[in-house]
Design a protein around this ligand. Structure first.
Ligand SMILES: Nc1ncnc2c1ncn2[C@@H]1O[C@H](COP(=O)(O)OP(=O)(O)OP(=O)(O)O)[C@@H](O)[C@H]1O
Ligand SMILES: [Mg+2]
Length: 262
């Protein structure tokens, strides 16, 4: 299996949106794709038609000692979804303490799933530094950084670079990192200027296209689905398909871990 961890130093930049839609794009290319939500906001599932009142997910399953197969949902677009789940505050703290004690928890848990070498796991994380991002980077074969073309995203880049340096880069099976610039409004000069600065700073690590700002993104979420499903002819859907192609090739050097090996 290949694990792609979606991260950002800053919140609200579109990690969950990209995790969901890139999963949909890669599934459409015939890959088996599992999306895994490591964010207590438990929002990733909403892109895949999982009912709002569903409480199941990896947090509850882990605390109860249940296998993850019991909380795998068939989502739209043929994507398999592992939600975070709904937990009370005390249980959330217990779950976080467990992950904190065992940074390799995610890698070990994924190894219990019957996945093939070509299967892709996309992990969504909360913004910034947390036990979730640490365990997700500890399991990652590729880290996908989502940024906006604004000064705050630019300034926060070193924070995530340091986390990747600490938790992912030292492993031999880590294939590297890439950047995607999201919510770009080409009519704004500042957006275009910051984009240029980001490209100069990050060089070939950046997806050569961008993901345009598109109202369809929030509309699709309101309809419990992905943009790829909701408005496949939109500009942002075309951007996301191009980004999926780039991701497959950028992450192509990722070493697949053998099935069921811890
Ligand atoms: N390309 C886009 N065009 C328009 N709106 C977008 C786009 N990408 C994301 N959004 C909107 O931006 C908001 C934040 O997106 P999202 O929840 O995916 O970000 P996030 O990085 O996962 O946030 P958090 O850090 O809280 O987890 C949402 O309202 C989403 O609909
Ligand atoms: Mg999110």
């Amino acid at each position: 299996m290949k694990v792609i961890t979606v991260v950002s130093a800053k919140g609200g930049v579109g990690k969950t949106t990209l995790a969901a839609n890139l999963a949909s794009v890669l599934a459409a290319r015939g890959r088996r794709v599992i999306v895994l939500d490591l964010d207590p906001q438990n929002a990733l599932r909403l892109h895949f038609g999982i009912p709002l009142d569903s409480i199941d997910g990896i947090s509850r399953a882990t605390l109860a000692g249940d296998p993850w197969q019991t909380v795998m949902f068939d989502g739209v677009d043929g994507v398999t979804v592992l939600p975070y789940g709904a937990v009370l505050e005390d249980d959330r703290r217990r779950f976080e303490a467990l992950i904190d004690r065992e940074p390799a928890w995610l890698a070990h848990s994924l190894a219990t799933l019957p996945l093939d070498a070509q299967d892709i796991v996309i992990v969504d994380t909360p913004p910034g530094s947390s036990v979730y991002t640490r365990t997700a980077l500890t399991a990652a074969h590729f880290a996908l950084n989502v940024v906006l073309a604004d000064a705050a995203s630019y300034a926060a880049i070193p924070l995530m670079e340091r986390m990747i340096e600490n938790y992912a880069a030292p492993r031999q099976d880590f294939g590297g990192q890439g950047y995607v610039v999201n919510q770009v409004d080409q009519s704004r000069q500042l957006s275009k200027d910051v984009l240029k600065v980001l490209r100069n700073m990050l060089g070939p690590k950046v997806f050569p296209g961008v993901i345009h700002q598109d109202e369809g993104v929030s509309e699709s979420l309101a309809c419990d689905t992905t943009l790829i499903h909701y408005d496949p002819l939109s500009q942002a859907a075309a951007d996301l398909r191009a980004c999926g192609e780039w991701l497959l090739s950028a992450a192509g050097s990722m070493q697949a871990s053998p099935r069921n090996v811890a």
